[in-house]
Design a protein around this ligand. Sequence first.
Ligand code: C2G
Length: 461
Amino acid sequence: MNKDSIKASSENHHRRTVITYGTFDVLHQGHINLLRRAKELGDWLIVGVTTDNFDLERGKLNTRDSVMKRIQAVKDTGYADEVIIEEYKGQKIDDIQKYNVDVFAIGSDWEGYFDYLKEYCEVVYLPRTQGISSTMLREEQISIRIGIIGTGSIARRFVPESKFVSCNTISSAFNPDHGECEAFCSANGIPSAARSLDELTGNCDAVYVASPHYTHHEYVRAALQAGKHVLCETPFVLRLAEAEELYSIAEANHSTLMIAHKTAYCPAFRHLVTMLKSGVIGKIVDINASVTTLTDEKSSKLDHNQYGGSMNENACFPLLPIIKLLGNDVRNVNFYSIMKNDVDIYTKAVFRYDSATASFQVGLGAKTEGNMIISGTKGYIYVPAPWWKTDYFELRFEDQNLNRKCFYPFMGEGLRYEIREFISHILNPEQNFYLLSKGEILKMTEIQQDYIDGKTVYKLS
Ligand code: C2G
Protein backbone atom coordinates (compact mmCIF):
# COMPACT_ATOMS: atom_id res chain seq x y z
CA MET A 1 0.00 0.00 0.00
CA ASN A 2 1.45 3.42 -0.88
CA LYS A 3 1.09 6.55 1.27
CA ASP A 4 -1.84 7.93 -0.76
CA SER A 5 -3.91 4.81 -0.50
CA ILE A 6 -3.21 4.56 3.25
CA LYS A 7 -4.35 8.17 3.57
CA ALA A 8 -7.47 7.48 1.46
CA SER A 9 -8.36 4.42 3.48
CA SER A 10 -7.94 6.24 6.79
CA GLU A 11 -10.12 9.10 5.46
CA ASN A 12 -12.69 6.50 4.46
CA HIS A 13 -13.00 5.56 8.10
CA HIS A 14 -14.16 9.05 8.94
CA ARG A 15 -16.52 9.52 6.10
CA ARG A 16 -20.13 10.07 7.11
CA THR A 17 -22.18 7.24 5.62
CA VAL A 18 -25.84 7.66 4.81
CA ILE A 19 -28.19 4.86 3.82
CA THR A 20 -31.65 4.93 2.27
CA TYR A 21 -34.01 2.34 0.84
CA GLY A 22 -36.84 2.11 -1.63
CA THR A 23 -38.43 0.38 -4.57
CA PHE A 24 -37.77 3.34 -6.91
CA ASP A 25 -40.32 2.10 -9.42
CA VAL A 26 -40.79 4.32 -12.52
CA LEU A 27 -38.16 6.63 -11.05
CA HIS A 28 -39.42 10.20 -10.75
CA GLN A 29 -38.51 13.67 -9.44
CA GLY A 30 -39.69 12.75 -5.90
CA HIS A 31 -37.09 9.95 -5.77
CA ILE A 32 -34.40 12.19 -7.25
CA ASN A 33 -35.07 14.93 -4.66
CA LEU A 34 -34.95 12.35 -1.88
CA LEU A 35 -31.65 10.89 -3.07
CA ARG A 36 -30.12 14.37 -3.41
CA ARG A 37 -31.19 15.35 0.12
CA ALA A 38 -29.97 12.05 1.51
CA LYS A 39 -26.60 12.50 -0.15
CA GLU A 40 -26.34 16.03 1.32
CA LEU A 41 -26.50 14.51 4.82
CA GLY A 42 -23.06 12.92 4.47
CA ASP A 43 -20.12 11.96 2.23
CA TRP A 44 -21.12 8.50 1.07
CA LEU A 45 -24.63 7.38 0.06
CA ILE A 46 -25.68 3.74 0.03
CA VAL A 47 -29.03 3.03 -1.63
CA GLY A 48 -30.88 -0.22 -0.92
CA VAL A 49 -33.18 -1.24 -3.75
CA THR A 50 -35.86 -3.84 -2.95
CA THR A 51 -35.88 -7.11 -4.86
CA ASP A 52 -39.02 -8.16 -6.74
CA ASN A 53 -39.48 -11.01 -4.29
CA PHE A 54 -39.18 -8.77 -1.22
CA ASP A 55 -41.77 -6.37 -2.63
CA LEU A 56 -44.06 -9.31 -3.29
CA GLU A 57 -43.64 -10.40 0.31
CA ARG A 58 -44.37 -6.97 1.75
CA GLY A 59 -47.54 -6.78 -0.35
CA LYS A 60 -46.28 -4.44 -3.09
CA LEU A 61 -47.55 -6.31 -6.13
CA ASN A 62 -47.91 -3.45 -8.51
CA THR A 63 -44.26 -2.72 -9.24
CA ARG A 64 -43.72 -2.11 -12.94
CA ASP A 65 -39.97 -2.12 -13.45
CA SER A 66 -37.76 -5.13 -12.73
CA VAL A 67 -35.12 -4.90 -10.01
CA MET A 68 -32.31 -4.49 -12.58
CA LYS A 69 -34.12 -1.62 -14.27
CA ARG A 70 -34.79 0.06 -10.91
CA ILE A 71 -31.15 -0.29 -9.85
CA GLN A 72 -29.99 1.23 -13.15
CA ALA A 73 -32.38 4.15 -12.69
CA VAL A 74 -31.00 4.83 -9.18
CA LYS A 75 -27.41 4.66 -10.51
CA ASP A 76 -28.30 7.04 -13.33
CA THR A 77 -29.28 9.76 -10.85
CA GLY A 78 -25.60 10.04 -9.99
CA TYR A 79 -26.30 10.39 -6.24
CA ALA A 80 -25.70 6.80 -5.14
CA ASP A 81 -22.09 5.93 -4.27
CA GLU A 82 -23.08 2.33 -3.71
CA VAL A 83 -26.20 0.31 -4.51
CA ILE A 84 -27.19 -2.76 -2.54
CA ILE A 85 -30.26 -4.94 -2.77
CA GLU A 86 -32.77 -5.28 0.04
CA GLU A 87 -34.26 -8.75 0.21
CA TYR A 88 -35.59 -9.41 3.71
CA LYS A 89 -37.37 -7.79 6.62
CA GLY A 90 -34.90 -6.67 9.27
CA GLN A 91 -32.06 -6.29 6.77
CA LYS A 92 -31.76 -2.57 7.55
CA ILE A 93 -30.45 -3.42 11.04
CA ASP A 94 -27.83 -5.73 9.55
CA ASP A 95 -26.80 -3.23 6.86
CA ILE A 96 -26.42 -0.31 9.28
CA GLN A 97 -24.01 -2.31 11.39
CA LYS A 98 -22.22 -3.99 8.49
CA TYR A 99 -21.57 -0.75 6.58
CA ASN A 100 -20.94 1.33 9.71
CA VAL A 101 -23.76 3.69 8.78
CA ASP A 102 -24.11 7.07 10.51
CA VAL A 103 -27.46 8.19 9.13
CA PHE A 104 -30.55 6.33 8.00
CA ALA A 105 -32.69 8.61 5.79
CA ILE A 106 -36.15 7.99 4.37
CA GLY A 107 -39.13 10.02 3.12
CA SER A 108 -41.53 11.60 5.59
CA ASP A 109 -44.34 9.26 4.52
CA TRP A 110 -42.57 6.84 6.89
CA GLU A 111 -42.41 9.37 9.80
CA GLY A 112 -41.98 7.49 13.08
CA TYR A 113 -42.02 4.04 11.49
CA PHE A 114 -38.25 3.58 11.52
CA ASP A 115 -37.57 5.01 15.01
CA TYR A 116 -36.48 1.52 16.06
CA LEU A 117 -33.29 2.12 14.06
CA LYS A 118 -32.27 4.93 16.48
CA GLU A 119 -30.60 2.23 18.56
CA TYR A 120 -28.07 1.84 15.72
CA CYS A 121 -27.68 5.27 14.04
CA GLU A 122 -29.22 8.67 13.49
CA VAL A 123 -32.66 8.51 11.80
CA VAL A 124 -33.74 11.35 9.52
CA TYR A 125 -37.16 11.71 7.86
CA LEU A 126 -36.75 13.87 4.77
CA PRO A 127 -39.60 15.94 3.29
CA ARG A 128 -41.54 14.02 0.68
CA THR A 129 -42.05 15.72 -2.68
CA GLN A 130 -45.71 16.60 -3.04
CA GLY A 131 -47.83 15.78 -6.08
CA ILE A 132 -45.84 12.91 -7.55
CA SER A 133 -45.67 9.18 -6.87
CA SER A 134 -44.97 5.89 -8.62
CA THR A 135 -48.64 4.97 -8.17
CA MET A 136 -49.70 8.13 -10.02
CA LEU A 137 -47.26 7.51 -12.85
CA ARG A 138 -48.29 3.87 -13.17
CA GLU A 139 -51.92 4.92 -13.38
CA GLU A 140 -51.16 7.51 -16.06
CA GLN A 141 -49.66 4.77 -18.18
CA ILE A 142 -51.88 2.31 -20.02
CA SER A 143 -54.73 0.96 -17.94
CA ILE A 144 -56.46 -2.22 -19.10
CA ARG A 145 -60.25 -1.94 -18.74
CA ILE A 146 -61.71 -5.25 -17.60
CA GLY A 147 -65.31 -6.28 -18.20
CA ILE A 148 -66.70 -9.07 -16.01
CA ILE A 149 -69.14 -11.73 -17.26
CA GLY A 150 -70.98 -13.43 -14.42
CA THR A 151 -71.56 -11.67 -11.12
CA GLY A 152 -71.50 -14.51 -8.57
CA SER A 153 -69.28 -15.08 -5.55
CA ILE A 154 -65.96 -15.41 -7.39
CA ALA A 155 -66.57 -12.13 -9.27
CA ARG A 156 -67.31 -10.44 -5.94
CA ARG A 157 -63.89 -11.54 -4.67
CA PHE A 158 -62.18 -10.57 -7.92
CA VAL A 159 -63.08 -6.87 -7.77
CA PRO A 160 -61.26 -5.96 -4.50
CA GLU A 161 -58.31 -8.21 -5.45
CA SER A 162 -57.86 -6.37 -8.77
CA LYS A 163 -57.16 -3.15 -6.84
CA PHE A 164 -53.83 -4.59 -5.64
CA VAL A 165 -52.60 -4.83 -9.21
CA SER A 166 -51.60 -1.78 -11.24
CA CYS A 167 -52.66 -0.87 -14.78
CA ASN A 168 -56.22 -2.17 -14.63
CA THR A 169 -59.72 -0.93 -13.86
CA ILE A 170 -63.02 -2.79 -13.82
CA SER A 171 -65.12 -0.89 -16.35
CA SER A 172 -68.25 -2.96 -16.75
CA ALA A 173 -70.09 -6.16 -15.86
CA PHE A 174 -72.65 -8.34 -17.58
CA ASN A 175 -75.18 -10.88 -16.31
CA PRO A 176 -78.25 -11.95 -18.34
CA ASP A 177 -80.29 -11.00 -15.25
CA HIS A 178 -79.92 -7.22 -15.55
CA GLY A 179 -81.32 -6.51 -12.08
CA GLU A 180 -78.66 -8.67 -10.48
CA CYS A 181 -76.01 -7.06 -12.65
CA GLU A 182 -77.02 -3.56 -11.55
CA ALA A 183 -76.96 -4.59 -7.90
CA PHE A 184 -73.48 -6.10 -8.37
CA CYS A 185 -72.16 -2.98 -10.11
CA SER A 186 -73.47 -0.56 -7.51
CA ALA A 187 -72.24 -2.71 -4.61
CA ASN A 188 -68.74 -2.91 -6.15
CA GLY A 189 -68.35 0.57 -7.62
CA ILE A 190 -68.37 -0.60 -11.25
CA PRO A 191 -69.44 2.26 -13.55
CA SER A 192 -71.45 0.35 -16.16
CA ALA A 193 -73.95 -2.53 -15.92
CA ALA A 194 -74.04 -3.78 -19.52
CA ARG A 195 -77.39 -4.85 -21.00
CA SER A 196 -75.80 -7.10 -23.59
CA LEU A 197 -72.53 -8.84 -24.37
CA ASP A 198 -71.91 -6.35 -27.17
CA GLU A 199 -72.33 -3.46 -24.77
CA LEU A 200 -69.81 -5.09 -22.42
CA THR A 201 -67.20 -5.78 -25.08
CA GLY A 202 -67.70 -2.26 -26.45
CA ASN A 203 -66.61 -0.91 -23.10
CA CYS A 204 -63.50 -2.92 -22.17
CA ASP A 205 -60.12 -4.23 -23.41
CA ALA A 206 -60.22 -7.55 -21.57
CA VAL A 207 -62.92 -9.85 -20.26
CA TYR A 208 -62.97 -11.91 -17.08
CA VAL A 209 -65.35 -14.87 -17.53
CA ALA A 210 -66.74 -15.88 -14.14
CA SER A 211 -70.05 -17.43 -15.20
CA PRO A 212 -71.12 -21.08 -14.61
CA HIS A 213 -68.59 -23.37 -16.32
CA TYR A 214 -70.93 -24.81 -18.96
CA THR A 215 -71.34 -21.24 -20.34
CA HIS A 216 -67.58 -20.54 -20.60
CA HIS A 217 -67.13 -21.75 -24.17
CA GLU A 218 -69.79 -19.46 -25.60
CA TYR A 219 -68.73 -16.37 -23.63
CA VAL A 220 -65.00 -16.81 -24.18
CA ARG A 221 -65.56 -17.25 -27.91
CA ALA A 222 -67.73 -14.12 -28.12
CA ALA A 223 -65.17 -12.07 -26.20
CA LEU A 224 -62.25 -13.34 -28.30
CA GLN A 225 -64.15 -12.71 -31.52
CA ALA A 226 -64.71 -9.15 -30.35
CA GLY A 227 -60.90 -8.86 -30.16
CA LYS A 228 -60.67 -8.91 -26.35
CA HIS A 229 -58.13 -10.58 -24.08
CA VAL A 230 -59.74 -13.20 -21.87
CA LEU A 231 -59.18 -14.48 -18.36
CA CYS A 232 -61.48 -17.49 -17.88
CA GLU A 233 -62.37 -19.13 -14.56
CA THR A 234 -61.73 -22.83 -13.96
CA PRO A 235 -62.67 -25.35 -15.17
CA PHE A 236 -61.97 -23.77 -18.56
CA VAL A 237 -64.29 -25.71 -20.92
CA LEU A 238 -65.65 -29.24 -20.84
CA ARG A 239 -64.45 -30.51 -24.24
CA LEU A 240 -61.00 -30.63 -25.77
CA ALA A 241 -62.23 -29.46 -29.19
CA GLU A 242 -63.74 -26.35 -27.58
CA ALA A 243 -60.47 -25.54 -25.83
CA GLU A 244 -58.51 -25.97 -29.07
CA GLU A 245 -60.95 -23.78 -30.96
CA LEU A 246 -60.67 -20.97 -28.37
CA TYR A 247 -56.86 -21.08 -28.37
CA SER A 248 -56.77 -20.88 -32.15
CA ILE A 249 -59.06 -17.81 -32.18
CA ALA A 250 -56.87 -16.16 -29.51
CA GLU A 251 -53.69 -16.93 -31.45
CA ALA A 252 -55.13 -15.62 -34.72
CA ASN A 253 -56.19 -12.38 -32.99
CA HIS A 254 -52.96 -12.05 -30.96
CA SER A 255 -55.12 -11.91 -27.84
CA THR A 256 -54.14 -13.21 -24.43
CA LEU A 257 -56.18 -16.22 -23.31
CA MET A 258 -55.41 -17.22 -19.75
CA ILE A 259 -57.08 -19.59 -17.30
CA ALA A 260 -57.76 -18.18 -13.83
CA HIS A 261 -56.30 -21.11 -11.93
CA LYS A 262 -55.28 -19.24 -8.79
CA THR A 263 -53.11 -22.07 -7.46
CA ALA A 264 -50.84 -22.03 -10.51
CA TYR A 265 -49.90 -18.39 -9.88
CA CYS A 266 -49.55 -18.20 -6.10
CA PRO A 267 -46.01 -17.94 -4.66
CA ALA A 268 -45.93 -21.18 -2.62
CA PHE A 269 -47.10 -23.39 -5.47
CA ARG A 270 -44.70 -21.77 -7.94
CA HIS A 271 -41.79 -22.45 -5.60
CA LEU A 272 -43.00 -25.97 -4.91
CA VAL A 273 -42.86 -26.73 -8.63
CA THR A 274 -39.39 -25.32 -9.22
CA MET A 275 -38.03 -27.04 -6.10
CA LEU A 276 -39.44 -30.39 -7.20
CA LYS A 277 -38.14 -29.94 -10.74
CA SER A 278 -34.69 -29.27 -9.32
CA GLY A 279 -34.78 -32.62 -7.56
CA VAL A 280 -35.17 -31.83 -3.83
CA ILE A 281 -36.99 -35.12 -3.16
CA GLY A 282 -35.34 -37.10 -5.94
CA LYS A 283 -37.51 -38.61 -8.66
CA ILE A 284 -41.25 -38.17 -8.10
CA VAL A 285 -42.98 -41.54 -7.76
CA ASP A 286 -46.46 -40.56 -6.56
CA ILE A 287 -48.77 -37.57 -6.09
CA ASN A 288 -51.93 -37.59 -4.04
CA ALA A 289 -54.14 -34.54 -3.62
CA SER A 290 -57.73 -34.00 -2.65
CA VAL A 291 -60.29 -31.21 -2.69
CA THR A 292 -63.71 -31.67 -1.11
CA THR A 293 -66.29 -28.97 -0.48
CA LEU A 294 -69.53 -30.14 1.14
CA THR A 295 -72.32 -28.58 -0.88
CA ASP A 296 -76.08 -28.29 -0.47
CA GLU A 297 -77.87 -30.97 -2.52
CA LYS A 298 -80.08 -28.33 -4.16
CA SER A 299 -77.11 -26.27 -5.37
CA SER A 300 -76.58 -25.90 -9.13
CA LYS A 301 -73.14 -27.41 -8.48
CA LEU A 302 -74.89 -30.75 -7.96
CA ASP A 303 -77.34 -30.35 -10.87
CA HIS A 304 -76.76 -32.92 -13.62
CA ASN A 305 -78.34 -30.60 -16.23
CA GLN A 306 -75.84 -27.85 -15.44
CA TYR A 307 -72.81 -30.14 -15.67
CA GLY A 308 -72.53 -30.24 -11.91
CA GLY A 309 -70.71 -32.85 -9.88
CA SER A 310 -67.45 -33.25 -8.01
CA MET A 311 -65.29 -33.88 -11.08
CA ASN A 312 -66.59 -30.90 -13.06
CA GLU A 313 -66.39 -28.59 -10.06
CA ASN A 314 -63.17 -29.60 -8.35
CA ALA A 315 -60.96 -31.81 -10.53
CA CYS A 316 -59.14 -28.85 -12.09
CA PHE A 317 -57.34 -28.31 -8.76
CA PRO A 318 -55.65 -31.72 -8.26
CA LEU A 319 -55.13 -32.09 -12.03
CA LEU A 320 -52.79 -29.10 -11.91
CA PRO A 321 -49.94 -30.62 -9.82
CA ILE A 322 -50.34 -34.02 -11.47
CA ILE A 323 -50.06 -32.75 -15.05
CA LYS A 324 -47.53 -30.06 -14.19
CA LEU A 325 -45.16 -32.40 -12.35
CA LEU A 326 -45.66 -35.74 -14.10
CA GLY A 327 -46.42 -34.45 -17.60
CA ASN A 328 -48.88 -35.14 -20.40
CA ASP A 329 -48.00 -38.78 -21.07
CA VAL A 330 -50.65 -40.35 -18.85
CA ARG A 331 -50.99 -44.05 -19.77
CA ASN A 332 -54.41 -44.46 -18.19
CA VAL A 333 -56.78 -42.97 -15.62
CA ASN A 334 -59.48 -44.89 -13.79
CA PHE A 335 -62.30 -43.02 -12.11
CA TYR A 336 -64.40 -44.45 -9.27
CA SER A 337 -67.50 -42.36 -8.60
CA ILE A 338 -70.13 -42.47 -5.91
CA MET A 339 -73.30 -41.28 -7.64
CA LYS A 340 -76.45 -39.59 -6.40
CA ASN A 341 -79.17 -37.97 -8.58
CA ASP A 342 -77.05 -38.63 -11.66
CA VAL A 343 -73.98 -36.70 -10.48
CA ASP A 344 -70.82 -37.83 -8.72
CA ILE A 345 -70.90 -36.69 -5.12
CA TYR A 346 -67.40 -38.16 -4.71
CA THR A 347 -64.79 -39.38 -7.20
CA LYS A 348 -61.43 -41.02 -6.77
CA ALA A 349 -59.15 -40.99 -9.81
CA VAL A 350 -56.06 -43.18 -10.20
CA PHE A 351 -53.38 -42.38 -12.80
CA ARG A 352 -50.69 -44.60 -14.28
CA TYR A 353 -47.58 -43.05 -15.82
CA ASP A 354 -44.61 -45.05 -17.16
CA SER A 355 -42.74 -44.67 -13.90
CA ALA A 356 -45.06 -42.92 -11.46
CA THR A 357 -48.57 -43.08 -10.09
CA ALA A 358 -50.97 -40.37 -8.95
CA SER A 359 -54.41 -40.17 -7.47
CA PHE A 360 -56.91 -37.61 -6.28
CA GLN A 361 -60.20 -37.43 -4.47
CA VAL A 362 -62.80 -34.76 -5.17
CA GLY A 363 -66.16 -34.41 -3.49
CA LEU A 364 -69.18 -32.19 -3.07
CA GLY A 365 -71.16 -34.71 -1.06
CA ALA A 366 -68.36 -36.27 0.99
CA LYS A 367 -65.53 -34.83 3.05
CA THR A 368 -61.88 -35.79 3.44
CA GLU A 369 -58.58 -34.14 4.40
CA GLY A 370 -57.62 -31.57 1.74
CA ASN A 371 -53.88 -32.03 1.74
CA MET A 372 -51.33 -33.00 -0.90
CA ILE A 373 -48.43 -35.41 -0.61
CA ILE A 374 -45.77 -35.72 -3.29
CA SER A 375 -43.51 -38.73 -2.78
CA GLY A 376 -40.04 -39.08 -4.19
CA THR A 377 -37.06 -41.42 -4.09
CA LYS A 378 -35.23 -39.21 -1.53
CA GLY A 379 -38.09 -37.76 0.53
CA TYR A 380 -41.55 -36.28 0.24
CA ILE A 381 -43.37 -32.96 0.31
CA TYR A 382 -46.33 -32.44 2.58
CA VAL A 383 -48.69 -29.56 1.84
CA PRO A 384 -51.37 -29.13 4.52
CA ALA A 385 -55.02 -28.42 3.73
CA PRO A 386 -56.08 -26.36 1.91
CA TRP A 387 -53.09 -27.11 -0.30
CA TRP A 388 -54.57 -25.24 -3.32
CA LYS A 389 -54.22 -21.91 -1.54
CA THR A 390 -51.28 -22.60 0.69
CA ASP A 391 -48.60 -20.31 1.98
CA TYR A 392 -46.51 -23.13 3.42
CA PHE A 393 -45.23 -26.68 2.81
CA GLU A 394 -42.75 -29.09 4.33
CA LEU A 395 -39.91 -31.12 2.89
CA ARG A 396 -39.61 -34.37 4.87
CA PHE A 397 -36.85 -36.96 4.80
CA GLU A 398 -35.84 -40.23 6.44
CA ASP A 399 -33.26 -38.25 8.41
CA GLN A 400 -35.54 -35.79 10.18
CA ASN A 401 -32.65 -33.36 10.69
CA LEU A 402 -32.93 -32.55 6.98
CA ASN A 403 -36.64 -31.60 7.21
CA ARG A 404 -37.48 -28.07 6.17
CA LYS A 405 -40.54 -25.83 6.41
CA CYS A 406 -41.00 -23.28 3.62
CA PHE A 407 -43.22 -20.21 4.00
CA TYR A 408 -44.45 -17.82 1.30
CA PRO A 409 -46.89 -14.92 1.10
CA PHE A 410 -50.48 -15.60 0.17
CA MET A 411 -52.37 -12.35 0.43
CA GLY A 412 -56.12 -11.90 0.63
CA GLU A 413 -58.07 -14.30 -1.54
CA GLY A 414 -54.95 -14.95 -3.63
CA LEU A 415 -56.60 -13.86 -6.89
CA ARG A 416 -54.23 -10.88 -7.18
CA TYR A 417 -51.40 -13.15 -8.35
CA GLU A 418 -53.31 -14.43 -11.39
CA ILE A 419 -54.60 -10.91 -12.14
CA ARG A 420 -51.05 -9.58 -12.07
CA GLU A 421 -49.95 -12.31 -14.48
CA PHE A 422 -52.85 -11.58 -16.83
CA ILE A 423 -52.21 -7.82 -16.97
CA SER A 424 -48.49 -8.35 -17.30
CA HIS A 425 -49.03 -10.73 -20.23
CA ILE A 426 -51.29 -8.26 -22.03
CA LEU A 427 -48.65 -5.53 -21.63
CA ASN A 428 -45.75 -7.87 -22.55
CA PRO A 429 -47.23 -10.37 -25.02
CA GLU A 430 -43.83 -11.89 -25.77
CA GLN A 431 -43.81 -13.38 -22.23
CA ASN A 432 -44.13 -17.15 -22.15
CA PHE A 433 -47.08 -18.69 -20.30
CA TYR A 434 -44.97 -21.24 -18.50
CA LEU A 435 -46.81 -21.19 -15.16
CA LEU A 436 -49.79 -22.89 -16.76
CA SER A 437 -49.20 -23.62 -20.41
CA LYS A 438 -51.63 -24.22 -23.23
CA GLY A 439 -50.42 -27.84 -23.44
CA GLU A 440 -51.16 -28.39 -19.75
CA ILE A 441 -54.61 -26.81 -20.03
CA LEU A 442 -55.46 -28.95 -23.08
CA LYS A 443 -54.41 -32.12 -21.24
CA MET A 444 -56.45 -31.19 -18.17
CA THR A 445 -59.47 -30.52 -20.40
CA GLU A 446 -59.01 -33.84 -22.19
CA ILE A 447 -59.10 -35.72 -18.88
CA GLN A 448 -62.23 -33.83 -17.79
CA GLN A 449 -63.82 -34.75 -21.12
CA ASP A 450 -62.88 -38.43 -20.78
CA TYR A 451 -64.72 -38.42 -17.49
CA ILE A 452 -67.81 -36.71 -18.95
CA ASP A 453 -67.78 -39.26 -21.80
CA GLY A 454 -67.71 -42.05 -19.24
CA LYS A 455 -64.34 -43.54 -20.32
CA THR A 456 -63.00 -45.87 -17.61
CA VAL A 457 -65.52 -44.46 -15.13
CA TYR A 458 -66.79 -46.97 -12.56
CA LYS A 459 -70.04 -45.76 -11.07
CA LEU A 460 -70.83 -46.92 -7.53
CA SER A 461 -74.06 -46.17 -5.75
N1 C2G B 1 -40.41 9.60 -2.02
C1 C2G B 1 -40.42 10.98 -1.91
N2 C2G B 1 -41.34 11.70 -2.61
C2 C2G B 1 -42.25 11.09 -3.41
C3 C2G B 1 -42.23 9.70 -3.53
C4 C2G B 1 -41.30 8.97 -2.82
O1 C2G B 1 -39.62 11.58 -1.19
N3 C2G B 1 -43.14 11.83 -4.04
C5 C2G B 1 -39.41 8.81 -1.25
C6 C2G B 1 -40.02 7.82 -0.26
O2 C2G B 1 -40.43 8.47 0.91
C7 C2G B 1 -38.86 6.86 -0.03
C8 C2G B 1 -38.17 6.84 -1.40
O3 C2G B 1 -38.65 7.99 -2.11
O4 C2G B 1 -37.97 7.38 0.91
C9 C2G B 1 -38.50 5.55 -2.15
O5 C2G B 1 -39.90 5.41 -2.25
P1 C2G B 1 -40.55 4.07 -2.79
O6 C2G B 1 -39.91 3.69 -4.05
O7 C2G B 1 -42.03 4.23 -2.74
O8 C2G B 1 -40.09 2.96 -1.73
P2 C2G B 1 -40.77 2.60 -0.35
O9 C2G B 1 -41.89 1.63 -0.54
O10 C2G B 1 -41.07 3.85 0.40
O11 C2G B 1 -39.60 1.78 0.36
O12 C2G B 1 -37.40 -1.01 2.38
C10 C2G B 1 -38.07 -0.15 1.54
C11 C2G B 1 -38.33 1.07 2.32
O13 C2G B 1 -38.95 0.69 3.51
C12 C2G B 1 -39.18 2.13 1.63
